[in-house]
Write a protein that binds this ligand. Structure first.
Ligand code: NAD
Length: 454
């Protein structure tokens, strides 16, 4: 590893071990400092996100800085209660002792972020890491360079490097370099499943615990009894927000064959209502992050029958909101995470048939079902293991900080948001105190003839 990098990580360990990050007052002040840094740079944040992904300020507010600030305010208001030890009942054997769980900071943690929500996905985990009393290394994605540069300025102005260190560079070089040469106390990774597997292996070498927030194909089922026009609006909004580059976007729709035609008509209507007839001229519609992603997603369009959209312009990294049907389950569009504004619509006739299709990509990050039947809702919940679920909606479960956000299996391990973030970056230490005034002989050897008393 570059000596320079190691020489920046070692002082962080010393800073952590000094105990400076432990107190409530310190943690609260750092969270407030983070808030000041972000609110003072609101315009710059919009400009950077526009430069990287052509996001509108409104979309940024909902999905990036506004989302982040709501998490931050919640953490500032809840910090004291989160830090309190939790009293636990003591079992008979250990009475009259008492028991509690103490929340201990982990140490020096590494947070790695992807490019699709480059601001929010780097700084939201940071809230939990600061709240829990850790030192933090931040590694943004190199593919959203304007946002990465702005966050570097913002973080380095607000915090000393031995407390929060900002490292840029090619992830495939910088991250293994750090993880092979320095023992982090936790790695929090958001990104693709393929790279997540690699991070897990690197972490295993030094037995470093991980949180993996990964991707995958999140299915969206529309039952015959669903409110179709509401379903179409909500599916279209989530599928084409950020040009579909959203980890919890509906990856494909499974619609009951009796309502497929109606759903497609309503989806088309919603797309036009949201972005007009020429979405390339709409300030509400984003762009692909780079040519590599453009080429990958554009290739999916020809893997089905075009129902709507389909226009592309590589010079503008533009892919129109697109609906396709008649896709082969063996085609790449149904094997890989789409992560772009192309939405396959598949028809089903029975739950079993739809479930079999979903099972080809098990444990999705999110699962969505639109139905007006509580019975069907319950059945779907029981049938599909997934990270999270929305019923009659898509993706909004992650905006409630009282709910844990995370995947399972291929879509990830661990959870965050709200108190779950604090818990992710804390060790729950079991503490039992035994009084010395009560010390009966039956607790000591020889035990022969005493066990019946226990
Ligand atoms: P990515 O895996 O390419 O990159 C993510 C991070 O990993 C970047 O910081 C990058 O520098 C680093 N990286 C890249 N290659 C590496 C390597 N070989 N070794 C170590 N680190 C490396 O992911 P991406 O393309 O930036 O993001 C898209 C993926 O992220 C999608 O699959 C999406 O579903 C997923 N995602 C998940 C969530 C979630 O909350 N679960 C949120 C957003 C995105």
């Amino acid at each position: 590893m570059e000596n320079d990098l190691l020489s920046q990580l070692q002082p962080m360990r010393r800073f952590f071990e000094s105990g400076a990050t432990q107190s409530y007052a310190f943690r609260k002040e750092q969270l407030q400092q983070l808030k000041r840094a972000v609110t003072a740079n609101e315009k710059e944040i919009y400009a950077a996100l526009y430069a990287d992904l052509k996001k509108s300020p409104e979309e940024c507010w909902v999905t990036e800085n506004g989302f982040f600030l709501s998490e931050l305010d919640h953490a500032i208001g809840s910090l004291k209660s989160w830090m309190e030890p939790e009293a636990k009942t003591t079992n008979l054997l250990n009475l009259p002792g008492n028991s509690r769980v103490v929340k201990e900071p982990l140490g020096v943690v590494l947070i790695i972020a992807p490019w699709n929500y480059p601001f929010q996905l780097l700084l939201t985990p940071l809230i939990g890491a600061i709240a829990a009393g850790n030192c933090v290394v931040l590694k943004p994605s190199e593919f959203a360079p304007a946002t990465a540069a702005l966050m570097q300025r913002l973080i380095e102005t607000a915090f000393p490097k031995e407390y929060i260190l900002y490292i840029q560079g090619d992830g495939a070089t910088v991250i293994p370099d750090m993880m092979k040469n320095f023992t982090f106390d936790h790695v929090f990774y958001t990104g693709s499943t393929a790279v997540g597997r690699h991070i897990y292996q690197l972490a295993a070498e030094r037995l470093v615990p991980v949180t993996l927030e990964l991707g995958g194909k999140s299915p969206c089922v529309v039952e015959a009894d669903a409110n179709i026009s509401v379903a179409a609006r909500r599916i279209a909004m989530t599928s084409f927000s950020n040009a579909g580059q959203m980890c919890v976007a509906p990856d494909y729709v499974l619609v009951h064959s009796s309502v497929k035609e109606k759903l497609v008509a309503e989806l088309k209507k919603s797309i036009v209502r949201f972005y007009g007839d020429t979405p390339e001229n709409s300030s509400e519609f984003g762009r692909m992050i780079n040519e590599k992603q453009f080429n990958r997603v554009a290739a999916y369009i020809n893997q089905g029958n075009l129902l709507h959209g389909g226009r592309t312009d590589i010079t503008k990294l533009f892919i129109e909101p697109t609906l396709i049907d008649q896709v082969e389950l063996s085609a790449p569009v149904m094997q890989e995470e789409i992560f772009g504004p192309v939405l396959p619509i598949l028809a089903f006739n029975s739950m079993e048939e739809a479930q079999e299709i979903i099972a080809r990509n098990p444990n999705p990050l999110a699962f969505y079902v639109f139905t007006s039947s509580r019975q069907k809702e319950k059945e779907w919940l029981n049938r599909i293991p997934s990270g999270g679920v929305c019923i009659n909606n898509a993706s909004l479960h992650l905006t409630n900080h009282n709910l844990p956000f995370g995947g399972r299996g291929f879509s990830g391990t661990g959870q965050y948001h709200g108190k779950y973030s604090f818990d992710t970056f804390s060790h729950r230490k079991a503490v039992m105190r035994s009084p010395t005034w009560f010390d009966p002989g039956l607790k000591y050897p020889p035990f022969k003839g005493k066990l019946w008393l226990l």
